[in-house]
Write a protein that binds this ligand. Structure first.
Ligand SMILES: Nc1nc2c(ncn2[C@@H]2O[C@H](COP(=O)(O)OP(=O)(O)OP(=O)(O)O)[C@@H](O)[C@H]2O)c(=O)[nH]1
Ligand SMILES: [Mg+2]
Length: 443
């Protein structure tokens, strides 16, 4: 069991409606804990009592309230600990998915001795019983909340334990070095061979650096990204926004200064929820409204995850005359590629909002910039909590590398502690609470 003392009391039996509010074909009430099957016996009447049914079976029958009134008909699924989601005895009632039925069924379960589950408490129990580590619990949350395919893919990988495994590889390398250093205390004349000291640490450092590079991608895939389009008036910002969206969201005219207020539109790019932000063309202007729009444009560019700087490809190039975020967060775009080009820049992606030329290259460049080369098949760090622990572990490993043998051990122990925190083997209760606070009731 992970090294946390639970405030929740695993001896309680908990119950909750596991399906979303509102009407649906099927609804589920879930009960977990030592009394789950007794609750099921009281609530459900079928050919056989749930408590006399072996795990992994389902029964068909009726749900009854305490007065014996039939609330609904449906299924009772029986799981016996440890072979269940939570690791405890679990009964799941599948009723018709109406709030009226579900409400009464939950009420009956509570009357029979269960207490209402807190948000995420089923998954918390799975964690406390060692069925999941903390990265997997976080993956469950991400999976429940996944709005896009990229987020789903990462959550599924995390749930499979792929992230735990990547972290486990690092832990093994650090442990190997630490063991070698400790042996040195007993046999100082032997020295620590390279392959037990520098090599595993270099490997651990490399793996952690890769993992951290994925953290940004993981967060982008989960929470989405903001993409600002900036440039001179008439550069073609609004036209490009419309072309990427596939509909006329923003007003386009031949007059420079058409867009003054900024506007946002959502789309999915490479499985990532992206918010495109169209802004006022940047120029010196006496118009108060437009000037306010220009100030906004610069601020929006500063706050975006990625900035597309658009320049009209059919006119001589001129400096934007404004602070542009540093390279790395910027993609240069040469617009109006259907017209004769007035300049060339190998770094700029040539696009035409009129013919659609270059749009797929642009999409690919945006994807690469947002997700980086974080290999697609690998598990990423998906939360700031995970990234923070990984960063600390890396810091200690780097510190150990440069220390003499007798002092490096301390840093490596700290690194192991941070890695154990990452997977949740060694965490404070408040960290665990913070993870599960974001869950919904019933999960
Ligand atoms: N030929 C051609 N014309 C374009 C293209 N993109 C935009 N235009 C034209 O350029 C003019 C300005 O386009 P907008 O999209 O309004 O430019 P903007 O950057 O949003 O301009 P402001 O809102 O004034 O800052 C319009 O007349 C568009 O039809 C393109 O790819 N090819
Ligand atoms: Mg515009």
């Amino acid at each position: 069991m992970p090294g946390v003392s639970s405030r929740t009391g695993l001896s309680d039996t908990i119950a909750a409606i596991a399906t979303a509010p509102g009407s649906a074909g099927v609804g589920i009430v879930r009960v977990s804990g030592p009394g789950a099957l007794a609750v099921a016996d009281g609530l459900f009447q079928g050919r056989r009592a749930p408590s006399r049914t072996s795990g992994g079976r389902f029964l068909f029958g009726s749900f009854l309230d305490e007065a014996g009134e039939v609330l609904d008909e449906g299924l009772c699924l029986v799981f016996r600990g440890p072979h269940s989601y939570t690791g405890e005895d679990v009964a799941e009632f599948q009723t018709h998915g109406s709030p009226a039925v579900l409400g009464r069924a939950l009420e009956a379960a509570l009357r029979l001795g269960a207490r209402p589950a807190r948000p995420g408490e089923f998954t918390l129990r799975a964690y406390l019983h060692g069925r999941l580590d903390l990265t997997q619990a976080e993956a469950v949350l991400n999976l429940v909340q996944a709005q896009t395919d990229a987020a789903r893919r990462q959550a599924t990988l995390g749930l499979s334990g792929a992230l735990r495994e990547r972290v486990g590889n690092v832990t093994r390398q650090v442990t190997r070095t630490l063991a070698a250093l400790q042996a040195l205390l007993d046999y100082p004349e032997e020295g620590v061979p390279e392959e037990d000291r520098a090599e595993p640490l270099a490997q651990a450092e490399h793996d952690l650096t890769e993992l951290l590079r994925s953290a940004h991608a993981g967060q982008v895939a989960t929470r989405g990204a903001r993409l600002a389009l900036i440039g001179r008036p008439n550069a073609g910002k609004s036209s490009l926004l419309n072309a990427l969206l596939g509909y006329e969201r923003s007003i386009v005219t031949p007059l420079p200064g058409t867009t003054r207020d900024y506007l946002e539109a959502g789309l999915e790019l490479a499985g990532v929820p992206v918010t495109l932000v169209d802004t006022a063309g940047i120029r010196e202007t006496g118009d108060q409204i437009e000037a306010a729009g220009v100030r906004q444009a610069v601020a929006l560019a500063g706050a975006a995850d990625l900035v597309l700087v658009l320049e009209d490809g059919s006119l001589p190039r001129e400096d934007l005359g404004a602070e542009v975020p540093p390279a790395g967060r910027v993609l240069k775009v040469r617009t109006k590629a259907d017209l004769p080009a007035a300049w060339h820049d190998p770094e700029a992606i040539a696009v035409s909002a009129v013919t659609g030329q270059g749009l797929s290259e642009l999409r690919a460049a945006v994807e690469a910039a947002l997700l980086g080369d974080a290999a697609r098949g690998e598990a990423w760090l998906t939360t700031e909590r995970q990234a923070d622990a990984a960063r600390r572990a890396l810091g200690h490993i780097q510190a150990a590398r440069d220390l003499p043998d007798d002092l490096a051990g301390y840093e490596l122990e700290e690194a192991l502690r941070a890695l154990a925190e990452l997977t949740g083997q060694d965490v404070q209760e408040d960290v665990v609470d913070a993870v599960f606070r974001n869950f919904c009731v019933g999960k």
